[in-house]
Design a protein around this ligand. Sequence first.
Ligand SMILES: *Cc1c(COP(=O)(O)O)cnc(C)c1O
Length: 425
Amino acid sequence: MSPNSIIWVGYFSKIALMKTSLDIASIRNDFPILNEVINGKQLVYFDNAATTQKPRLVLDALSGYYEHYNANIHRGIHHLAEKATAAFEQTRKRMQSFVNAEFSEEIIFTYGTTDGINLVASTYGRKFLKEGDEVIISTMEHHSNIVPWQMLCEEKGCILKVIPIDDNGDLLMDEYEKLLTERTKFVSVVHVSNSLGTINPIKEIIEKAHAVGAKVLIDGAQASSHFHIDVQDLGCDFYALSLHKIYGPTGLGILYGKKDLLNAMPPYRGGGEMIKEVTFEKTTYNELPYKFEAGTPNIADVVAAKYALDYVDTLGKSNIATYENGLLKYATEAVSEIEGLKIIGKAKNKVSVLSFVIDGIHHQDIGVLLDQQGIAVRTGHHCTQPLMNRFNITGTSRASFAVYNTTEEIDLLIKGLHKVKRMLG
Ligand SMILES: *Cc1c(COP(=O)(O)O)cnc(C)c1O
């Protein structure tokens, strides 16, 4: 990477030239998968909201761990065990600074965002919520932030309330305020919508929830790759994210929780590592964060995740966001030329997610025909079925952009969509 080089990208005459301080050609070289040839065409990967690709240094860290210091952690005293433990705990420190948590023991390793939300619903929720208490989520939640709360409400006799949205895909904040009462005990909302791209005003949401004494969890699965996260500034009680959406390995996430809350919560799973002492009569639990990390964790991926965060920070999150916003603007203007195409999700504050439907053409057919041209987009409900119902659609086609994407690739998408229209329109 040579962060100082300036790249000028020219395209449709009516759109201003886009300037970035990132060397995109060199960044693309860091991602070996981008050289794949799909159906005779070089891969155009626009499914970054589902998972991002991994730079070579993350792949090297994974194989480096297995080749040189694979060992179980925290228990062994031999050299490899100590080295693996140090690398594992180094990532925890790295995650602490990544989200600006006050203490490193506030960082719990999970399988991902879904796992983190389930942890909170089944430990905090089970212990502290009771019949008649209310939980608030929003219309644009991922199923991961709906189902665990439904399960909890069913078990405890709590009531689930939903913040509505407008036609642009913005939360109706007045309606949110009306939902908040002294019965509200928990608010769980998404920071950035994976289907619409909407960036929610979560600081305001958190403040208003706290004013009625409710705790707040933020689903940060989409936000964490696009901009800087500061849990202390936000003031949230819990923040869940997935590393595979930040150029890191799959099946790994973190749950941030305020220390006093995590201490007050019962453990999630029982087993090794999460205990202090076990007899058949009674078990005492380990301290934070180990209380919530039963069993041998995903050591290799935790070790490699640090390199993904280093990669993102070397590029600079604000540089990434500026570049991605340029791609979104370019793509938004370009698709508006396509007759019968309607963008779903027109919030003013958006990340680089472009969801759309085309009159008379099923989203699945769009996906299949684009794939034949080597272009990977996501089609369907994006794990947000209630949101699709809100818009009276069964699904969308979604192109979501990451730092390695280019305007030339967007041109290929536009060409591809014209072809789809010629064939099916
Ligand atoms: C991807 C995603 C999730 C789920 O993340 P997993 O890694 O699959 O657990 C939850 N919420 C949002 C907004 C997402 O984009």
